[in-house]
Design a protein around this ligand. Structure first.
Ligand SMILES: NC(=O)c1ccc[n+]([C@@H]2O[C@H](COP(=O)([O-])OP(=O)(O)OC[C@H]3O[C@@H](n4cnc5c(N)ncnc54)[C@H](O)[C@@H]3O)[C@@H](O)[C@H]2O)c1
Length: 269
């Protein structure tokens, strides 16, 4: 009989999480460390990355903080080189760093916002994956988890802008990137899957919109979120931890190219 609990053990693995200085990325980094991985906590917000690494160490885990902007190709190459030198390479990559911009309809969207969101949410995933795959090929195995969104699967417009074209297009792009990367590296034992979270609270992602909304707009927005969510509540970041660990570990050893929504029923019912 196989020991199923052992399949989730990440002892001896090196994992990187991008955008791990706050929000979902912090939860992902803490989860991987709790399962035994040594975690490289990266974020463009250096103090945030330091804080996550300190929290992991205080809980008895292993972590190294690095300040890295995923939109900066040179910084990503330097990150990969440092991980190869100091840790002998990584086997787990969580492409989590992401932003949104102020929501408008497409014809009013500033081109600068489109370019910025594209650079971080889509090019950032490409660049980090490109830099880290050679280490996984050397190791003979790898697991890459890309953080997409339900807004990469379906559009949403209740009667005002609460999502936007930059975010949705990049999150759909992450799904294409996931499937093609999975196809290219399946025979190398490098698995690539995506998580599409629904509306999870307790992070800063929506701050760019909330700061320009009055109380009435915020409550309309929250009503629209709850209306579209069959479970009638937002998720909390910890509710993504089990899925992330499943995809990172040998528990999902025969799964690649998949996109899993964790959304209280938004896309599934
Ligand atoms: N919170 C949700 O409900 C939700 C839903 C679907 C998808 N997501 C996705 O989950 C991921 C995390 O979102 P969150 O809600 O935790 O947001 P957040 O804003 O709370 O955290 C994002 C983190 O990424 C970092 N970051 C931003 N740009 C970066 C860059 N260029 N380089 C490196 N780090 C960068 C930020 O400093 C921050 O620490 C994002 O990809 C987001 O699109 C979140």
């Amino acid at each position: 009989m196989s020991n199923v609990i052992q399949q989730f053990d990440l002892s001896g693995k090196i994992a990187i999480v991008t955008g791990a200085g706050f929000g979902l990325g912090r939860v992902f980094a803490e989860t991987l460390a709790e399962a035994g991985a040594s975690v490289i906590v990266t974020d463009r917000d250096g103090p945030g990355a330091d804080e996550t690494a300190s929290l992991i160490e205080a809980a008895g885990g292993k972590a190294t903080a690095m300040t890295v902007d995923v939109a900066d190709p040179a910084a990503i190459e330097a990150m990969a080189a440092e991980i190869a030198k100091d840790h002998g390479g990584a086997q787990i990559l969580v492409n989590n760093a992401g932003i949104t911009c102020r929501s408008t309809r497409l014809h009013e969207m500033p081109v600068e916002d489109w370019n910025e969101v594209l650079a971080i949410n889509l090019s950032g995933v490409f660049l980090c994956t490109r830099a880290m795959i050679p280490q996984m090929l050397d190791a003979g195995s790898g697991s890459i988890i890309n953080i997409s969104s339900i807004l990469g699967l379906v559009g949403h417009y209740p009667d005002f802008a609460m999502a936007n074209i930059c975010y949705s297009a990049t999150k759909a792009g992450v799904i294409g990137l996931t499937r093609q990367t999975a196809a290219e590296y399946a025979a190398d034992n490098i698995r690539v899957n995506a998580i599409a979270p629904g509306w999870h609270g307790g992070t800063r992602l929506g701050d760019v919109n909330r700061s320009s909304m009055n109380n009435d707009m915020i409550s309309k927005f929250e009503d629209a979120v709850l209306d579209g969510t069959p479970m009638k509540r937002r998720g909390v970041p910890d509710e993504l931890a089990g899925l992330l660990l499943y995809l990172a570990s040998d528990a999902s050893s025969y799964m690649t190219g998949q996109v899993i929504a964790n959304d209280g029923g938004w896309t599934g019912i």
